[in-house]
Write a new protein. Structure first.
Length: 307
């Protein structure tokens, strides 16, 4: 039995697919399958029920997975102690990022970061807040970039930047003629993300929005970019984060309206486990992110209100 075999088992459990697990581990599927098969033969049990799709662990396999996770966490901590002592900037660092943050933040710092530190394998995954919390607790990721919300006291929190919200208004909407948008102005056809996104929950709470029933019936789920395209086509209103502004064309900028004071603002933070060991690497990531955003976003002013 080897740590590598246990890592392959955990990859299949997380990906629920042998081919995807092999890609994640940077090995061929036959190699991964063979290693897991050897472990099953050694233990005398089937860890996964291969007849089901997606792949699921057997009852005995789930017991093995629980213990394998515990072993791998301890092995990872042992490596991290050595790497931190050496102030090493190598190895793998897995960051999960909210889908409402990733498209606007990651391109600003990741390419340069990868060029400056080629020995460091940075991996980015988009996840919702609840999934990030779960992945951190399970040791599936090293850090999470999220908005500050209640219920994150179990994690170590490092402040990154403050991001204002803006209103994106179609030319066919009555609000298009407003220079600034008051929360009381927001009524019909608000294109909002589905429940479970803190981006939605924060704005609904701040704006006292009882519902966006009409738009939700018209388009369930969706993304910020999808709703922006709908607004551009002439229907309704949506919200966009501050970093998205720098990606807009001149035509798109005409649809942007600020909130009237106070301006709703989200506090973007980096979460790690309380016992996170690679603090030097974490601080490097924090410094690179903070350097990549406009200086004005590193602090709040009196016109803003944290959500």
């Amino acid at each position: 039995m080897t740590l590598q075999q246990l890592e392959y088992v955990m990859a299949v459990y997380r990906c629920k697919h042998f081919a995807k697990a092999a890609d994640y581990c940077n090995v061929t599927q036959p190699t991964l399958s063979s290693m897991i098969q050897k472990l099953e033969d050694e233990l005398g049990v089937k860890i996964f029920d291969r007849s089901k799709q997606p792949i699921k662990p057997t009852t005995e396999g789930m017991l093995i997975i629980e213990r394998a996770w515990s072993i791998l966490v301890r092995a990872k901590q042992l490596k991290e102690v050595v790497e931190e002592e050496r102030h090493s900037l190598s190895g793998t660092f897995h960051i999960a990022v909210l889908p409402t943050i990733a498209p606007y933040l990651i391109p600003r710092f990741l390419p340069q970061f990868m060029n400056e530190y080629p020995a460091l394998d940075i991996r980015i995954t988009e996840m919702k807040t609840e999934d990030i919390h779960r992945a951190l607790k399970h040791g599936d990721i090293d850090a999470g970039i999220v908005a500050q919300v209640e219920g994150q006291e179990d994690f170590d929190s490092q402040q990154l930047y403050f991001e204002k919200f803006f209103v994106y208004v179609s030319k066919g909407d009555a609000l298009f003629n407003n220079k600034a948008i008051r929360t009381s102005d927001l009524t019909e056809y608000l294109w909002l993300l589905d429940e479970g996104h803190c981006f939605r929950e924060q704005l609904v709470k701040f704006c006292h929005l009882k519902s966006a029933a009409k738009s939700k019936k018209a388009y369930n789920l969706g993304s910020i970019e999808t709703f922006m395209r709908i607004v551009e086509s002439g229907k309704g209103v949506t919200f966009i984060p501050e970093l998205a502004l720098e990606q807009l064309t001149e035509v798109q900028e005409e649809l942007v309206r600020p909130f009237a004071h106070p301006i709703p603002t989200r506090d973007i933070i980096l979460l790690t486990q309380k016992n996170f060991l690679r603090t030097s690497l974490r601080q490097l990531v924090i410094d690179k992110i903070r350097a990549s955003v406009p200086a004005g976003m590193l602090r709040m002013n009196k016109t803003q209100q944290a959500l």
